[in-house]
Design a protein around this ligand. Sequence first.
Ligand SMILES: [Zn+2]
Length: 329
Amino acid sequence: MSDLAFIGLDIGNTRLTASAASGDGQLLLSEERAAPGDADSAIPVLLEMAETALESVRATGGRVAGLGLGFGGPVDYARQRTRQSFHSPGWSDIPLAEVFASRLDIPALLDNDANAGGLAEALFGAGRGCRTVLYVNVGTGIGGAIVIDGAVHHGATTSAGEIGHMVLDPHGPPCNCGKRGCLEALASGSAIERMAREAGLALSGREVTAAAESGNATCRDLVARAAHALGLTIANAVSLLDPDIVVLGGGVPEAGDVWWQPLRESFGTYVVPQAQTTPLVRAELGYRAGVLGAAALGMKAAESVQGAPYTVTDRRPSSGRGAIHRAHV
Ligand SMILES: [Zn+2]
């Protein structure tokens, strides 16, 4: 088992990262390059990066059992094709897993980067040992993943986990998806930035949070409003799913009490009483969630071929919530 490795390709808007990881989530190698402008230029670069990673693993006597692709845009998981990228052209309807599996002759699996990040946190990060993990990534946008028994729950139309596009206010601000008042339009880093602009402040989302932490009353109020909307939505999701833990990744949860306190208050107010004790914790893997998530997809690709799990993580029973002694940040 110890010589087995899984290749992960994280396809971001500005960066491409190739990595190799062991079955217990140790990062063995990682290479990053700037993303070329379109898919036609990016795919040959990704193939070359994957081949280099494969050769590096094999040169040390390791065996690569699978390859995963974490894509920074919507994915048709059932058909293993990209839908589109919101940031670069040419990514529509590409059978990415098939391209890599046939070229490199290893099992390959494609998913979106939020599902990949959630899988990594569930297997190797803040959610390890938990049966059901709700992962929410709060950055420029808001993505999510539901991981049950070490596997992403995709749902009937493979759209499960899209917490960012749950509508809180049908008459609210427009969202990137075309609707109005989605959680993403009310609580993401971009939403905080927009609210600041409406209040006459030319600050980035991160600057608004920093000003709030320094005591600026207007910024404190903006950050609290965003956190309140998120807390309410997570409360509704927890009332429905009853996960063992909620893991919050991305840039916004790096904030301090100005964000976490209103988030917890709102969550506590709106969640069903039985789930009041559900832990809300900060993600542990940071920037590694993307590459480890892609590698974890490689593990899932290998598992689908061999028909049994590679995962070495010990799993606690679902009632083990009380056994999770994790500091609330
Ligand atoms: Zn939306």
